[in-house]
Design a protein around this ligand. Structure first.
Ligand code: GLV
Length: 308
């Protein structure tokens, strides 16, 4: 049996040391130097190589080095291969910190002040309290739940929406299609932390924006393809939305001549809200292989039917 990493050289180097120390019986290979392909039982990658099954006939687990697995072609991965995504404390903390910043920036009018600074305008706007904002988190999973709890503790009226029913202390939870309309209609700052699936692609569109209260804002930390960019631009132009903070775009990188860049009502960051830390990310995989070898379920095992 062997483990193959297909990722950055830095990650490969650190993980190799961690494997040598914690899983010394599993040979560690760095793509493309994979040794005997028939030996490969574990593969960690952001984007795995093509023809996965022909290449690695004995592959048992495919690990995503990130939180998402939408970059995998699930249909091309046979069901006997377990797919495991990255669930790790610092990755979660990074996302919580980013959303805290983004929601606070909207509450305190920071996009407006940045644009005033550009034109040397010294003008104060009245401050609205956190409790005057209803923040709605779409996606109540590994990232969405901690994010919602922190927003609640910051004093925002916090609610969440997910595919299935959830219960979170002090956070009003809505579930499924049936309750989406009520959730959207009562959300002033919409935070997208959904996984990208066939059902959620394009969910942030004109129709949804029209159902938000007028002047609502968007914090987009999901995947670029959740958002129909032209619909966002139209909603901002019409004043239906007042601001958007985007950490993900479609495509990435956002082309230099894209109209989103120069908008004063949009803040763009280049997919940096959160990333897998090298050290603890490696240990998350080590611990998951140990779990697997003990007959336990790896943390972050993907439910293929749900697609996350
Ligand atoms: C980044 O977007 C990740 O999935 O970790």
């Amino acid at each position: 049996m062997s483990f193959v990493i297909k990722s950055t050289a830095e990650r490969a180097q650190v993980w190799q040391q961690q494997f040598a120390r914690h899983l010394p019986d599993i040979p560690f290979r760095v793509w493309p130097d994979i040794g005997d392909p028939a030996e490969v039982e574990y593969l960690a990658a952001w984007v795995p190589p093509d023809n996965l099954v022909e290449r690695f006939p004995n592959l048992k687990i495919l690990f995503s080095v990130g939180a998402g697995i939408d970059q995998f072609d699930l249909a091309a991965i046979p069901p006997h291969i377990q797919i495991v995504r990255m669930i790790e404390t610092s990755l979660t903390e990074g996302m919580v910190a980013y959303v805290q910043f983004a929601v606070r920036a909207i509450q305190r009018d920071m996009l407006r002040y940045v644009s005033q600074q550009r034109t040397h305008v010294w003008q104060a706007h009245s401050v609205r309290a956190a409790s005057a904002f209803r923040v709605g988190v779409m996606g109540l999973g590994q990232l969405g739940v901690p994010v919602a709890c922190v927003l609640r503790d910051m004093g925002y009226v916090t609610q969440g929406w997910a595919r299935s029913a959830r219960e979170i202390d002090g956070v009003r939870c809505f579930a499924g299609e049936a309750e989406q309309a009520e959730f959207i209609a009562s959300t002033d700052i919409l935070v997208c932390l959904l996984p990208l699936t066939e059902q959620t692609a394009g969910i942030l569109n004109r129709d949804l924006f029209a159902r938000l209260p007028r002047g609502a804002s968007l914090v987009q930390c999901g995947r670029g393809r959740h958002l129909v960019t032209d619909d966002l631009i139209a909603a901002l132009d019409e004043g239906q939305l007042s601001a958007a903070i985007l950490d993900v775009t479609d495509p990435e990188p956002l082309p230099a001549d894209h109209p989103l860049w120069d908008r004063p009502d949009v803040l763009i960051t280049p997919h940096i809200a959160s990333a897998t830390p090298t050290e603890s990310g490696g240990m998350a995989i080590v611990n998951n292989i140990r779990r697997y070898l003990n007959g336990e379920t790896p943390v972050g095992l993907v439910n293929r039917k749900m697609g996350y």
